[in-house]
Design a protein around this ligand. Sequence first.
Ligand SMILES: Cc1ncc(COP(=O)(O)O)c(C=O)c1O
Length: 288
Amino acid sequence: MSVGGIPKNREAWQGSLLPHVAHMRDTHDLARNAFSRGQPAQGVEFADDLERLIREHGAKRIAAVMIEPIAGSTGVLVPPRGYLERLREICTRHGLLLIFDEVITGFGRTGDWFASQQFKVTPDLLTMAKGITNGSIPMGAVLVHRDIHAAFMTGPTADIDLFHGYTYSGHPVACAAALATMGIYEREGLPQRTAELAPYWEERAHALRGLPGVVDIRNYGLIAAVEFAAEPGRNPTRGYDVFCACFARGLLARPTGNVLAFSPPLTISRAEIDQLFTILTEAIRATP
Ligand SMILES: Cc1ncc(COP(=O)(O)O)c(C=O)c1O
């Protein structure tokens, strides 16, 4: 919650969040990028906001920069072309670690195993959860660059690496679930399947353009979001009302303000994609 940028998550914890956290601006830019298919063309310069924070705090006082390659729960923000590359370049130049949170984008969601591979930008640390076991057993993990690994492995052999109380770390049941899940992803070729389905998914998502209140559609891999126009004074938002109309028709979306996000199982069929967007269209039309 401290490093995340979701205001609603932070609201209840104001005053008790971690200090020494600064936020870059986000890349949401409807004026230039509404209805982009995949990565928006405009906005590489949003990465320069990091230079502002470096000037303000000094590179020596910044340990790491943490982002989701595609921001998920805040309403699906696909990185503008060149944005992640520029962030990587700034971090490398100033000696800052780059952390990708791939809890949502990992394990096939973008059309490759990880978004970092899809976008060809390599972070220094990469966090993962959810897809690692298909959510069947709780598990989180972090991949680190070998230099970081080495930094923890140089002490006396009797010392515990990254000292703290280990309770569930490397739990055999979770690890077995993760290995089994990865076996299925591999056998069924799910990352490639996502890449093959993505153009159809994109086509169906963008066909919503022109429906009442729709001001943007965003997509990447098997992720999509529909944004509705903000209506001052309307509470709950149109986004929330459409979410309820979808739910009543058997479709679960993820509402955030006026944005509805969709992130279906990677095994979804074309017929189910049709069904999803047919229900969503009906729900939008039925919401006054
Ligand atoms: C992108 C992202 N990062 C991190 C988390 C939190 O993950 P965990 O509950 O495994 O700490 C979530 C949870 O929804 C998430 O969507």
